[in-house]
Design a protein around this ligand. Structure first.
Ligand code: IPE
Ligand code: IPE
Ligand code: MG
Length: 244
């Protein structure tokens, strides 16, 4: 079992995943794209459970990007409906496993039904202190950076802050990822080697793991494989190998 090879002392605190390949997975079976999205829910359950088992503190899943609004209307509607449905059915599982739900992204622009379901699930799980599951919804890293810049510019205008005194940590606390440590490991499925506007600031020093596995096929074993690969790397942060 791969899980037995994982060094529990060197588990990442935060794993972020770009869940990609649902459409291609469905197409390969002659099914509509939405069937791929529905099947991807099982993979979400698997990785969430895998992370909880390992004692990982944060798992961020890229579920819907700001750019995804440009998809056919029918697909967007189906994705939003799936989100509401999944959140409603999974809350009890989250509570049972002591998992807290959070979101990042511009949730104000989500349909009212999605906003309500999310707000309720966040409230219902807020006291759980195990894994924190963060859904990136209507998320775009450039949007997040811009809204942080605007918040800070406002503070400067109101003379609460000066440009000279502005620190990295002031900036970070204006991002929607405030209070969440940067991910040590970023996984992308489906064979694409790109970031697609995800966590640009936060992944400055993350280890990247790209796998050809399509998201609906992604299982715990694939997660454990990514963690093992992460543990085989030397994270130097600019230093030399000898200094580590
Ligand atoms: C990822 O799968 C899910 C979302 C982006 C919502 P895709 O729907 O992008 O699947 P492919 O990339 O078309 O195969
Ligand atoms: C990235 O996947 C967004 C999510 C996984 C939610 P996409 O399938 O939208 O990415 P691109 O457009 O192929 O880069
Ligand atoms: Mg895709």
């Amino acid at each position: 079992m791969l899980i037995d090879q994982i060094d529990i002392e060197r588990i990442p605190d935060h794993i972020a995943i770009i869940m990609d390949g649902n459409g291609r997975w469905a197409k390969r079976q002659g099914k509509p794209r939405v069937f791929g999205h529905k099947s991807g829910v099982k993979s979400v359950r698997e990785v969430t459970e895998g992370c909880a088992e390992l004692g990982i503190k944060y798992l961020t899943l890229y579920a819907f990007s700001t750019e995804n609004w440009n998809r056919p209307k029918l697909e967007v509607t189906a994705l939003m409906a799936l989100l509401v449905e999944t959140i409603k059915t999974e809350v009890s599982v989250l509570n049972k496993n002591n998992i807290r739900l959070e979101t990042i992204g511009n949730s104000d622009a989500l349909p009212a039904k999605s906003r309500r379901a999310l707000a309720k699930a966040i409230e219902d799980t807020q006291d759980n202190d195990g894994l924190c599951l963060i859904l990136a919804l209507n998320y775009s890293a450039k949007w997040d950076i811009m809204q942080a810049v605007k918040t800070i510019a406002d503070k400067v205008e109101r003379k609460e802050l000066t440009a000279k005194k502005l620190t990295e940590s002031d900036f970070e606390s204006a991002l929607s990822t405030k209070n969440i440590p940067d991910p040590e490991l970023l996984i992308r499925t489906s064979g694409e080697s790109r970031i697609s506007n995800f966590l640009l600031w936060e992944i400055a020093y993350s280890e990247l793991f790209f796998t050809p596995v399509l998201w609906p096929d992604f299982r715990k074993e694939n997660l454990f494989e990514a963690i093992l690969d992460f543990q085989s790397r030397e994270r130097r942060f600019g230093k030399t190998s000898e200094q580590i």
